[in-house]
Design a protein around this ligand. Structure first.
Ligand SMILES: [Zn+2]
Length: 314
């Protein structure tokens, strides 16, 4: 995915008396796919007499973290849920030191997509049988823990200063969002990217972050979740062996585990997943992110100044 020129621009509803100044919010790309990461650009006129005190915003139920990129310009990452249809609302509130505020809203129109292309897989019938109630409850608990890691990532400072890497250099064997056809029956969409790999081959951290979760899950097998801050999390499934522990700070490209076939899989490979808060996104969109548009400068400063953000009710 590439970030082209922004085209969705709505005007501000200016509350207070800021005269002819207007605040704009735009989103790119214009027609994001389900599971896409989008870029929000906020243009808020500078006022020496009345500085911006805070920027609060939300989209799809997740808070937005705006970072300055140039005088009067701010960027944030947003996420499009895979099951979103129709349109998504982004709402931002800019507060000035004087207490004046501007409220800006932009609606992202989602394209109507054809159904995903199915990938036939002939597998053991144990893959198509419904889970028993005990196992289903375990899977739900594990999903809840993964969502919690995403939620907490909103409270972590941004820990990456360079672009995201693919966790393996091998071929991609299954793309994000492709349908899963088990023995002729469509079961679910594929909410990650699979990389080829033999048991024992290295898996690399996509970027700098803190290890938030290491465990053995029923479906995903041995997992490692990395909190990169600013709401972003990457996860690495089916490992034969994790090589990191919860709380470890990992470097971009560091080997964090070994490829395996643990969990519910048909063979060894790496399943790579990503979240923005609770929303599962296409991890390859992270690789397309340019650090310099998000954080403002290409500086290697790992802790850029950022305003506190909180969700704005829609
Ligand atoms: Zn997968």
């Amino acid at each position: 995915m590439k970030f082209g020129p922004t085209a969705v621009v709505l005007c501000a509803l200016v509350a207070g008396t800021l005269g002819a100044q207007t605040t704009h919010l735009s989103i790119a790309p214009v027609h994001p796919e389900p599971g896409a990461i989008v870029r929000l650009t906020l243009s808020a006129p500078a006022s020496r007499a009345d500085a911006i005190a805070s920027i609060h915003g939300s989209m799809a139920g997740e808070p937005l973290h705006f970072l300055p990129s140039a005088p009067g310009t701010w960027h944030a990452i947003g996420a499009v849920p895979v099951d979103a249809t129709g349109s998504l609302l982004a709402a931002v509130e800019v507060r000035r030191a004087s207490g004046k505020y501007e409220s800006v809203r932009t609606r992202l129109i989602l394209p109507t997509l054809p159904p995903p292309v199915a990938q036939p897989l002939a597998v053991d019938s144990s893959f198509t049988r419904p889970l028993d109630s005990v196992t289903a409850a375990r899977v739900e608990r594990e999903n809840a823990r993964a969502r919690e890691v995403g939620r907490r990532a909103h409270d972590s400072p941004l820990m990456w200063a360079e672009s995201f890497l693919r966790p393996r250099t091998s071929a991609i064997t299954s793309e994000f969002g492709s349908g899963r056809l088990f023995n002729g029956r469509m079961t679910s969409r594929h909410l990650g990217v699979d990389f080829r790999g033999a048991v024992g081959e290295p898996v690399h951290a996509a970027n700098r972050g803190v290890v938030a979760l290491v465990d053995n899950f029923f479906l995903a097998g041995n997992v490692v979740y990395i909190d990169h801050g600013g709401g972003l999390v990457t996860a690495y499934f089916h490992l034969s062996k994790p090589l990191v522990s919860v709380g470890d700070t990992v470097a971009r490209g560091q080997t964090i585990g070994l490829v395996g076939a643990t969990g519910r899989v048909t063979g060894p490979h790496l399943h790579w997943a990503a979240r923005y808060g609770a929303i599962t996104v296409n991890p390859l969109d992270l690789v397309s992110l340019k650090r310099n548009w998000y954080g403002g400068s290409s500086s290697q400063n790992d802790s850029p100044k950022r305003l506190r953000t909180r969700p704005t009710p829609e």
